[in-house]
Design a binder for this molecule. Structure first.
Ligand SMILES: Nc1nc2c(ncn2[C@@H]2O[C@H](COP(=O)(O)OP(=O)(O)OP(=O)(O)O)[C@@H](O)[C@H]2O)c(=O)[nH]1
Ligand SMILES: [Mg+2]
Length: 407
C-alpha cells in the first residue's frame, strides 16, 4: 500500500471536487512529527486542504475542506466539505460522504490535529502522539455520522474502526494549471534541429577577439546546474549523457572548485588583467521552479549581491528556471506543453518579480533526468534558453568592439 497520495487518488479526488486541482503536500506526520504544533504550523491559513489517514488495516480515508485550518478553537462552516474513503483493507473502494449542512464541518483547535465534524466524525489526535513501532496510535476518535452523511457506512466500514495510522497527510488543494491554445511565449522557431544548427554555427560577433562566450551558472545546491549542463551536452552529443554528476545531497554535489574558499589573486589560474575572452559574458541564475514559493532569503541575498556586481559591469543576466515539469502535471506528462502551460507562465512571472529581471530573461526548462533517450520537446526549451544567452552575450560583446586593438 502506498502511504502517499498517488496519481490515481488525485484523479479520484478531482472527480469528487469536479475540478482539476493540484495537490501539494503540507504536512506528513511521519516526516514532520505527529503533533498539534507541527500540524498547525504547516497547515493553518493555507486555504482548501485534504487530510488523509493511512491506517494499519490498510484503509485510506480522510476529509476535504475548502476553508483554512486555524487554531481558533471553533467550528468552521463549509457546505462543500466531505469525508471520503479511498481504500478499504488494501482494495480501492472510493466513496464520498458529503457534509450534512456544513455548519460544523471542521474544528480548528490549537491542541488538535485535523478534526472533522461535531461528533468526532474524524477526530485525528490531540497534542503529540509518539510512533509505536511503525505506526501512530492516534488518540482521537472515529465516530462518523454527526456532521457527514454516511449513507449506511460507519467507522467499521469506513476504516475498520481503526485510528492506528502509519501516516497522516494534509495536502493543499490548488487550482491546477491549464493548457492554453496559444503559446504564452511566442517561439519563432520550434524545431530542435533548426535551433541546434543555429547554435552550432554561432560565433561571437565580429570585431572582438573572443572565440567563445563564457556563461556563468550560479544557483543553490540541487537547483539543477549540473542537470542543465548535461541537458545541453546531451542534445549536442545526440544521446542522453551525464557528464556532470547530478543528484540530491544536502551539500553541493558538484565540488570541482572548493565552494568554501573564494577565489583570490593567489588562486592558480587567476588573471590580473583578464582579456575580453576571459571574462564572464552572461550570468545565468539557475533556480529550481519548486523553490520559488519558499525561496530562501539567504540565497536571494547572495543572488542579489552577484546581480549588483554584474550590473556594475553591465553583464547580462538570465534565470534558467528548472524543474518546471514539477509545477505543472501537463508538462510532466508532455514537455511539449511547456509554452502553453498557465502554471509555467505564472511561475516565470513570479520569478521575474523575485529576481528583478524582465520576463524575457526568465528561461524555463525541463532538464533530462528520468529520460533514457532524447526527446524533441525537452530539447526545444533548452535550446531556446541557450540561444537567448548567446544573444545576450553578443549584446554585451558590442561594448568591447573598440577596445580590442591593444594587443
Ligand atoms: N523533474 C526534474 N528534476 C530535475 C530537473 N533538473 C534537475 N532535476 C533533479 O534535481 C536534482 C538536482 O540536480 P543537479 O543538477 O544535481 O543540481 P546542481 O545544481 O548541480 O546541484 P549541486 O551540484 O549539488 O549544487 C537531481 O536529482 C536532478 O535529477 C528538472 O528539470 N526536472
Ligand atoms: Mg552539480
Amino acid at each position: 500500500m502506498e502511504r502517499t497520495l498517488t496519481k490515481k487518488d488525485q484523479k479520484q479526488l478531482n472527480k469528487w471536487l469536479n475540478a482539476k486541482k493540484v495537490f501539494e503536500l503540507l504536512y506528513k506526520a511521519s516526516r514532520d512529527g505527529c503533533s498539534n504544533t507541527a500540524f498547525h504550523q504547516k497547515c493553518d491559513n493555507k486555504g482548501p486542504t485534504v487530510t488523509i489517514l493511512y491506517n494499519t488495516s490498510d484503509c485510506v480515508f480522510g476529509g476535504y475542506t475548502s476553508v483554512s485550518w486555524d487554531s481558533a478553537g471553533a467550528y468552521r462552516v463549509d457546505p462543500t466539505a466531505f469525508l471520503f474513503r479511498l481504500y478499504f483493507k488494501g482494495s480501492s473502494n472510493p466513496k464520498k460522504y458529503p457534509a450534512i449542512n456544513g455548519t460544523n464541518a471542521i474544528y480548528g483547535h490549537a491542541n488538535y490535529g485535523p478534526t472533522f465534524g461535531s461528533g468526532h466524525d474524524i477526530y485525528s489526535f490531540n497534542a503529540t502522539v509518539a510512533l509505536s513501532g511503525a505506526s501512530f496510535p492516534l488518540n482521537g476518535s472515529l465516530t462518523p455520522g454527526t456532521s457527514y452523511v454516511m449513507a449506511g457506512d460507519n467507522a467499521a466500514s469506513l476504516a475498520c474502526s481503526s485510528l492506528n495510522c502509519y501516516d497522516v497527510e494534509v495536502y493543499s488543494v490548488k487550482d491546477g494549471s491549464i493548457i492554453n491554445d496559444d503559446q504564452w511565449r511566442q517561439l519563432t522557431e520550434s524545431k530542435s534541429e533548426v535551433l541546434k544548427s543555429e547554435i552550432e554555427t554561432y560565433s561571437p560577433i565580429d570585431g572582438v577577439k573572443v572565440g567563445r562566450v563564457n556563461i556563468l551558472l550560479v544557483g543553490a545546491v540541487g537547483a539543477g546546474k549540473s542537470s542543465y549542463f548535461n541537458t545541453i551536452n546531451s542534445i549536442f552529443r545526440g544521446h542522453v549523457t551525464s557528464q556532470a554528476c547530478s543528484g540530491s545531497a544536502e551539500h553541493s554535489l558538484t565540488t570541482h572548485f572548493n565552494p568554501a574558499v573564494s577565489i583570490s589573486p593567489d588562486t592558480p589560474g587567476y588573471k590580473k588583467t583578464p582579456k575580453t575572452q576571459d571574462i564572464i559574458h552572461c550570468v545565468a541564475f539557475v533556480i529550481d521552479g519548486c523553490s520559488v514559493d519558499v525561496f530562501p532569503d539567504k540565497i536571494l541575498q547572495n543572488m542579489k549581491a552577484i546581480q549588483q556586481k554584474a550590473n556594475r559591469r553591465g553583464i547580462p543576466q538570465v534565470v534558467i528556471l528548472t524543474k518546471v515539469d514539477k509545477s505543472c502535471p501537463y508538462v510532466e506528462e508532455d514537455p511539449g506543453t511547456l509554452f502553453y502551460s498557465s502554471a509555467v507562465s505564472e511561475l516565470v512571472e513570479q520569478v521575474s518579480q523575485l529576481i528583478g529581471l524582465p520576463r524575457a530573461h526568465v528561461l524555463p526548462v525541463k532538464n533530462y533526468e528520468k529520460e533514457m533517450e532524447l526527446v524533441d520537446d525537452v530539447d526545444v526549451p533548452a535550446l531556446v534558453s541557450l540561444r537567448q544567452m548567446l544573444r545576450f552575450a553578443d549584446d554585451y560583446l558590442y561594448n568591447f568592439l573598440d577596445e580590442e586593438d591593444e594587443d
